[in-house]
Design a protein. Structure first.
Length: 479
């Protein structure tokens, strides 16, 4: 297991460090203490050699090492295939980081995960998710997630960013709420970066990932012997003293524990489980939840007094369907980003796809459109335009249902309008009520038969009538 700052990574396969002259300073692939396959190599054939001599198959223009050197930015590459000087093949997910000293680039470090052996050198969804989480945490540790990384042109979202920037510098507890995939964690991490608080004083906890019975002791600590099998536990609030505690999925905290949370937010005091005395801390709490607070209160999963304590620091993130102007922005950004990550120069996105993306509801919000475009880039051929053939099938199925529903509603509205016009025309002639209604009913039945291709059974279903009832009406009107 490798320890990088506050990150403990058990599935990171190698670290490569290359100086600014492309000389390999270190590579765990060839270190016998770490890699048992290093016996295939001679240390002197690798260390101190030029990177492109050791990896001759890597093109300079697509090399993450070169890109990192030139841009001094963190570079992410996925599914990278290359060979070393002995012809050994690798497929990896990489993240490459610039190393600077006194503002000057001295080297770059590349952290990589190898594709599992015996799996056709492909990464599973879970493995890709772990890599993405690692990259996200790495950027967070490095302070690279800031408000500048939040992409939007929506006025209300821009207002939320401005509000978050102000709250980041204040002690007020902050509650960020919005649907899954709207960017709550991104906002929280940006606030943490903006706060100036040391990384060592930032504690993050996903409350939904902890069994209910353990959450109280994790948050507030416990004294040995306070319950069966308990040991002395330092709670998260004590660990975050003088800093920030980010509680994701706030509504997953048991209702009873929320009263204890309210107390520590209000006056900074709490009592560990089994302790005799209170402890005092100074912690700024940032919380997030994926349901509306009012709905959570009504469903009794959030205490109303706890919500009121957060009320001075509320940030609401709009779902993507309510800020469609951002869709064009995300299409362009994610297409370019994943083209770079996967080393593919796709020729943009078709107008048909853009229109479909604009009409789709995006229940998974920004996360869904990001994952969708990544999937499209992965399946596309280099230089190919992303068209509807690249779109995941589940989205096309959902979109097809939406379109059918819309067409049915439009057809109903059209029939309704036509019947209303017919009614107006009939009324102008001062006809009797029953005569008017018979005329309209006959018109409606004829349209249903036309749509059903003459089938009485289908027409009955369209009209929502029993078949015998429709037969009676047809005989009545001699149809």
């Amino acid at each position: 297991m490798l320890n990088i700052g506050n990150l403990l990574i058990s599935n990171l396969d190698y670290i490569l460090i290359v100086d600014k002259n492309y000389k390999i300073i270190y590579n765990t692939r060839y270190d016998a203490l770490i890699n048992d396959k290093s016996t295939e190599y001679v240390w002197g054939d690798v260390m101190g050699k030029n990177f492109f001599e050791v990896y001759p198959s890597v093109p300079r223009e697509q090399c993450s090492i070169s890109q990192c050197m030139e841009t001094r930015e963190v570079i992410v590459n996925k599914n990278q295939e290359y060979f070393d000087y002995l012809g050994r093949r690798f497929v990896t997910n990489n993240v490459t980081i610039p190393l600077t000293r006194k503002g000057q680039l001295v080297a770059v470090a590349e952290l990589a995960m190898d594709a599992p052996e015996g799996t056709d050198d492909t990464f599973s969804v879970a493995e890709n998710a772990r890599f993405e989480e690692f990259v996200s945490r790495l950027k967070q540790e490095a302070g690279l997630i800031t408000f500048d990384t939040i992409l939007t042109v929506n006025p209300q979202m821009k207002s939320s960013i401005e509000r978050a920037q102000i709250l980041a510098k204040m002690p007020n507890p902050t509650l960020i709420y919005g649907e899954t995939g709207t960017g709550k964690e991104l906002f929280a991490q940006s606030m943490i970066s903006c706060s100036g608080v040391s990384d060592k004083k930032v504690v993050i906890q996903n409350c939904a990932a902890v069994p209910e019975g353990l959450l109280e002791s994790i948050l507030f600590g416990a004294v040995k012997g306070s319950y069966t099998g308990s040991e002395n536990i330092t709670g998260l609030f004590e660990q975050a003293d003088g800093g920030i505690l980010f509680l994701d999925e706030l509504n997953s905290i048991p209702y009873g524990v929320q009263s204890k949370l309210l107390r520590v937010i209000q006056d900074g005091t709490f009592r560990p489980i089994g302790a005799r005395n209170d402890k005092h801390v100074n912690v700024k709490v940032i919380a997030a939840m994926n349901i509306d607070p009012v709905e959570a209160i009504n469903n009794q999963v959030l205490r109303n007094d706890l919500f009121y304590r957060f009320s001075s620091g509320l940030i609401n993130l709009l779902p993507l369907r309510e800020r469609k102007e951002d869709i064009t922005l995300y299409i362009k950004y994610f297409t370019e980003y994943f083209s770079s990550v996967y080393g593919k120069s796709v020729a943009g996105v078709s107008e048909e796809v853009k229109q479909l993306f604009y009409e789709y509801e995006w229940p998974g919000n920004v996360r869904e459109i990001k994952n969708t475009i990544e999937s499209m880039v992965v399946t596309a051929k280099p230089g190919e335009e992303l068209d509807t053939r690249c779109i995941p099938s589940y989205i096309m199925e959902q979109f097809s249902k939406i379109q059918k529903t819309k067409m049915a509603e439009d057809a109903k509205e059209k029939v309704k309008n036509e019947l209303c016009k017919k009614l107006e025309a009939e009324c102008e002639e001062n006809l009797e009520y029953h005569q008017i209604m018979d005329t309209l009913e006959k018109e409606l039945i004829m349209k249903a038969l036309e749509k059903a291709g003459g089938s009485r059974g289908k027409a009955a279903k369209i009209l929502g009538l029993p078949r015998n009832t429709l037969k009676y009406r047809l005989d009545k009107f001699n149809l």
